[in-house]
Design a protein around this ligand. Structure first.
Ligand code: NAP
Length: 253
């Protein structure tokens, strides 16, 4: 029996990277998936999301592409309503959308602070707030947010990113307590360094320095994070809430 048969999920930032891997992993286990993407100048993210949707459908599940900027509450509310109307119910939210704007604090200007907090932390609030009442009414829900090892350890040049991801961990634990008796679990995943566009953007020396600190000796794959998300979304994780699941090759223990 597929592990997410009959379930539906909304995954933010699902047109590439970790979000795409989670979308396909869920669909491979029978889950209908709404793949959120952001329309950005200079990138055909709609086409990327459509490609992911096609793969979801080829796995025998329903797929929906939904454009929304997670920093914009109105567009997030519209997205949530569209997903619930299309699928009839929403069981799983994966808060995956995230950005970096790395600078040492000395050079970190307010727009780069604000942008990272807006996507990585306020975006989690917007998306979760937009679906929590629905999940409470159905007395079922799985909320999984992608934090980061950087939110646990800090990292040079990432005060904005580390603060946002530490915020996601605090948000997760607080909400887990609020909704535990309503059949809703709330967990976070803290990936280490995963091979996606986000880490491909790092300078070579920085990548090499990171690699040298990972006990397992290699970067993680998006599939490693997707497997962790599948576990937290599955019935096997029914008694796990407020947890931060490390997927980091031993980088932080
Ligand atoms: P990625 O390849 O850069 O993908 C980021 C995703 O976020 C994209 O799908 C992008 O959408 C979406 N996004 C960005 N701003 C958005 C907005 N305002 N509204 C909606 N979607 C938005 O990064 P990734 O490595 O897969 O990262 C996924 C998550 O894992 C992030 O939260 C990241 O912080 C976290 N993480 C990554 C690593 C790593 O090493 N890669 C480690 C720890 C944690 P479009 O494609 O539509 O632009």
């Amino acid at each position: 029996m597929p592990r997410l048969q009959g379930r539906t999920a909304l995954i933010t930032g699902a047109s590439r990277g970790i979000g795409e891997a989670i979308a396909l992993r869920f669909a491979a286990e029978g889950c209908d998936v709404a793949a959120n993407y952001l329309a950005e100048p200079g990138r055909d993210n709609a086409a990327e999301a459509a490609r992911v949707a096609q793969q979801i459908e080829s796995l025998g599940c329903r797929a929906l592409c939904v454009e929304a900027d997670v920093t914009d509450l109105a567009s997030v509310q519209q997205m949530a309503a569209q997903v619930i109307e299309t699928f009839g119910h929403l069981d799983i939210l994966v808060n995956n959308a995230g950005i970096t704007r790395d600078r040492t604090l000395k050079k970190l200007e307010k727009p780069d602070w604000d942008a990272v907090l807006a996507v990585n932390l306020t975006g989690v609030y917007h998306c979760t707030h937009a679906v929590i009442e629905h999940m409470r009414e159905h007395e079922y829900g799985r909320i999984i947010s992608i934090a980061s090892v950087v939110g646990q350890t800090g990292n040079l040049g990432q005060t904005n990113y580390a603060a946002s991801k530490a915020g996601v961990i605090g948000f997760t634990k607080a909400l887990a307590r609020e909704v535990a008796r309503r059949g809703i679990t709330v967990n976070a995943i803290a990936p280490g360094f995963i091979d996606t566009e986000m880490t491909q953007a790092m300078p070579d020396e920085a990548r090499a320095a990171v690699l040298a600190t990972i006990p397992i000796g290699r970067l993680g794959e998006p599939a490693h994070v997707a497997d962790a998300a599948l576990f937290l979304a599955s019935d096997e994780a029914a008694y796990i809430t407020g947890h931060v699941l490390n997927v980091n090759g031993g980088l932080y223990m």
